[in-house]
Design a protein around this ligand. Structure first.
Ligand code: HEM
Ligand code: HEM
Length: 187
């Protein structure tokens, strides 16, 4: 796809910063999601299970930091204009999905973090730094935050599936270069 000018002043394609953050966070989330399902399936309390829980938390905290940077970066940098000829409802649906994804990559790690605290387990990042204990252990909040973490994860997974399916549909059926905006070597 060539460089398409835009009357709104939006750039023609995503910048390396936007692309780098998109894929760092996406692969981080795939790993944290798979690890989350795997570790919770291990029966009992084994050293391996405790180790995987720690890795999951460190990965999740790292994703949170990247997500905050990404949202700040995005708030100060316009996204490229949608591919020409995109129906208005699709542009609106994509924008809504992107807003929800930005919200979820922030809120999902926060629920995991608060759940860990409510369960009485402070988070020690990389085993080195004890992160702030924002709430006390609580039998009331523990199940609420656990369920919030699980169900917001499933909501995020559902949106990601539709989001990725839309990107692939643009690539295979519309052939309008949308996927190449996020995967530079497809351009
Ligand atoms: C974007 C980042 C994250 C993703 C994608 C993610 C994903 C998941 C998933 C899929 C599960 C399994 C849920 C189930 O039981 O079915 C899980 C569980 C868990 N997550 Fe996360 N998580 C993230 C961040 C965090 C963070 C930052 C923490 C804490 C610092 C955390 C703490 C936990 C804990 C303690 C569990 C076990 C819950 C249980 O025992 O049922 N997560 N996570
Ligand atoms: C956890 C996984 C993912 C998350 C959280 C995520 C999130 C996002 C967000 C928030 C945007 C909007 C960027 C902006 O305009 O500011 C975006 C754009 C995009 N994503 Fe993802 N994404 C994920 C996975 C994927 C996957 C697997 C694919 C491809 C199969 C993909 C392809 C794209 C493309 C092509 C765009 C640009 C859309 C456009 O030009 O309007 N994403 N993604």
């Amino acid at each position: 796809m060539g460089s398409i000018g835009s009357s709104t002043g939006a750039p023609a394609r995503y910048t390396p910063t936007a692309i780098g953050l998109h894929w760092l966070i996406a692969f981080g989330i795939f790993a944290a999601f798979g690890l989350g399902l795997y570790m919770t399936g291990i029966p009992g309390f084994t050293p391996t299970k405790l180790k995987l829980f720690s890795w999951h938390k460190w990965l999740g905290v790292t994703i949170f930091v990247l997500a905050v940077l990404r949202v700040i970066w995005r708030a100060t940098h316009a996204a490229p204009a949608v591919a020409p000829g995109t129906p208005a409802w699709q542009a609106r649906a994509a924008a809504a999905a992107h807003h929800l994804l930005y919200l979820l990559i922030i809120v999902v790690p926060i629920t995991g973090y608060l759940y860990s605290l409510a369960a009485g387990v402070p988070v020690v990042y990389l085993g080195l730094w004890k992160l702030p204990v924002l709430i006390e252990a609580s039998d009331t909040w523990k199940p609420i935050l656990q369920n919030a973490h699980i169900w917001l994860n499933y909501l995020m997974a559902a949106i990601v599936v539709v989001h990725a399916a839309a990107a692939i549909k643009h690539q295979i059926i519309d052939r309008d270069g949308t996927l190449g905006r996020m995967i530079p070597f497809l351009r």
